[in-house]
Design a protein around this ligand. Structure first.
Ligand code: NAP
Length: 255
């Protein structure tokens, strides 16, 4: 791989780094040379990812946190800086789209909307601001927000998720202005990716086929296909890229 993609001097925190897209991003950042801190609530899952990275010769430390808990988030940043001497990359990937937040606005309780915004948007803000000092001190500070095609267009019957992801895209753009030229801030907008989050969609044959029919590349993505864009955005290959949203959606939003 060209030196431009080399992350060997970088330290990265990946929220939601225990499974799915976050796990793939954590592993791929480590393969590019970064020391990686996978974080999520499930200690066993993030520990397994850290073990996997270390077994492959990389550096990793699992630190559990709920992104809605400021003390736990502060602990992730402290532990990262203590262990690896700084922080260069934050990947805000923790997110969910629970059943009680699906439906038309009058069917979805306000508490469900609040919960989705709390994790998907406020959680990313919490982690980013907790890491701000370290990011601003870094020579290659970079924030990568894992949004969604639901951050670019509306999706029926999931307004809490769509509002949270549009908010995350707005946060990406604003922070990119406020932190330029010191820290680059970008987002990735995945299309449909095979993970636990989309298990229900994929097991409903009619729904699965309608998504595939709507996707020019004709399939769901593997989580690893979202990790390449994250490595790119974290690296010097993206040194002039900030405030942007990279759609990794199989062409879904090109229609
Ligand atoms: N799969 C897709 O098709 C797709 C498409 C577009 C965007 N995305 C976005 O990609 C991201 C990852 O999704 P995924 O598909 O990989 O889902 P996933 O397999 O369900 O993984 C979600 C990760 O987020 C963590 N998480 C959830 N709530 C958290 C909280 N409050 N605090 C800390 N960590 C939390 C989970 O761990 P714990 O439960 O252990 O905390 C898990 O590690 C999400 O932001 C999602 O919106 C996914």
């Amino acid at each position: 791989m060209s030196d431009q993609f080399d992350l060997s001097e970088r330290v990265a925190v990946v929220t939601g780094g225990g499974r799915g897209i976050g796990r793939a991003i954590a592993v791929e950042l480590a393969n590019a040379g970064a020391a990686v801190v996978p974080s999520a609530r499930s200690t066993g899952e993030i520990q397994a990812v850290a073990d996997e990275i270390r077994n492959d010769g990389g550096e990793a430390l699992a630190v559990p946190a709920d992104v809605t808990d400021p003390d736990a988030v502060a602990n992730v940043i402290d532990k990262t800086e203590d262990e690896f001497g700084g922080i260069d990359v934050v990947v805000n990937n923790a997110g969910f789209n629970p059943d009680d937040a699906l439906g038309r606005p009058n069917d979805v309780p306000t508490e469900s909307l609040d919960r989705v915004l709390d994790v998907n948007l406020n959680g990313a803000y919490e982690v980013t601001t907790a890491a701000a000092d370290g990011l601003l001190e870094s020579d290659g500070g970079s924030v990568i927000n894992v949004a969604s095609v639901g951050g670019l267009v509306g999706l029926p019957r999931q307004h809490p998720y769509v509002a949270s992801k549009h908010g995350l895209v707005g946060l990406t753009k604003s922070l990119s202005l406020d932190w330029a030229p010191d820290v680059r801030v970008n987002a990735i907008a995945p299309g449909y990716v095979s993970t636990e989050l989309t298990d229900d969609l994929e097991s409903n044959e009619q729904l699965r086929q309608s998504i595939i029919d709507r996707t020019p590349l004709d399939r769901f993505a593997d989580p690893e296909e979202i990790a390449g864009p994250a490595v790119f955005l974290a690296s010097d290959a993206a040194s002039y890229v900030t405030g942007t949203v990279l759609a990794a959606d199989g062409g879904w939003t090109a229609r």
